[in-house]
Design a protein around this ligand. Sequence first.
Ligand SMILES: C[S@@+](CC[C@H](N)C(=O)[O-])C[C@H]1O[C@@H](n2cnc3c(N)ncnc32)[C@H](O)[C@@H]1O
Length: 444
Amino acid sequence: MKNHNPTEQITLFSPNTEPEIPKVNTASDEIELVSFRELVPEINDTGYLTHAIFAYPAKFIPQIVRYAITTYTKQGDWIVDPFAGSGTVGVEAYLCKRNAFLLDLNLLLNHIMPLKVYSGKERLHEADLFKLLEGMKESKEQFIPAWSNVAYWYAPEILEILSHYWGFINNTKNSVYCDIIKSGLLKASKRFSYTEDRTPKLARSKRKLKAVEELLKENWREQLDEMVQSLSLKTLKSLNDFVMYTQQHQNDVVPEIHWQGGVDSSYTTVPRACDALITSPPYLQAQEYIRSTKMELFWLGHTEEEVRGLSRLEIPYRKADRIIQTETLDRIREMLTRADLRKRLDSYFCHTVNALENAMSQLKPGAAACIFVGNPRIDGITVELWRILAEYFRERGFMFEKVYEDRIQTRKLFGGRKNKNPDGMKSEFLLILRKRAIYQAAAR
Ligand SMILES: C[S@@+](CC[C@H](N)C(=O)[O-])C[C@H]1O[C@@H](n2cnc3c(N)ncnc32)[C@H](O)[C@@H]1O
């Protein structure tokens, strides 16, 4: 656990030069209505370069991250993201020649990042990929995930073949080609299972059971091979585009991107001073990210014990160990009649604030914290997350700078599925806080 020093003071700037703290509880004139997609027209495809290699629930759209990076940081800066998910901040930081430090509870981050910020200099060759794919198809090795009810999720003949493919990949000397095939196998292992792959949640559906039944009457093995091959090829092309892009734009600058998946940001210290925080915390009525991605985690070799342990730490499905208080939050708490929802609210703010505070305590004076949140509803009550966070941090060494509102028509919550109103939200907000010269770390 991070031990903040409550007397810590950083005095690089003269406190006299600091502007007045704008009031947080003002009307809409401090909210700038924007469309991040329009503000960043150079990105016209949210899945460009390596962004789409892995599916992940509630990803950032890269335009928001790019806007925050170019507006609030400069080349060579260090950016921290304590809720890194699938690493969108890492990819954009790399492309913009910034360094980044990424944390997330989900172990997937450790498997995702080596491909998404691939730092090889040479183009990758299809022939090498095909050789490995051929080896995989002939595989005699076997890998059965350490997952007690794996058989519940697969038709036996499909599980048999997948376990040979994974046996080959997990026993082959690690290489970028191996990682490329893994990314394709992950998607195929979900598609060929009984889980509904159009939603993030792991759930057997009638539709899917029927689809697999139909598939088994067809040339399913060919279809599986075709899917793994075409996904792998697509990833290889994305990586080659990434190599070319970085060669053309970076003039030998190789940004440092560090990541730590499998850590609880609520109690993890960020090991270095940073120039900005850019992050999107989990939703209040969040996806269960670990549960949603456990099929992938098991195939990648993680155990039930690991997965169970991480699930228990997920925000907001755990106990609060302190109660966060702000004017707006206290009002909402009073209005909530259901004890279970009050518990959820307290857990959410306790651990989200802990994680933000750990990371923000490492920001340099004058650095910006860019926090992207929605306006979820709980029991019919709107929870203005940006306002609550602004109120909390304004009392603890940060100035409220501004908030951008992006009116969302639809948001891709997962894969191709569009959700008109995730969590009851109609808008999403990018809150900008600025660290004061004199920073009073919070006492826990
Ligand atoms: C909205 S998602 C972030 C998505 C990310 N911005 C992206 O573009 O992929 C929120 C993340 O918070 C993570 N999370 C939940 N509880 C956590 C905890 N206790 N410590 C660290 N991360 C946690 C989830 O695993 C999830 O990846």
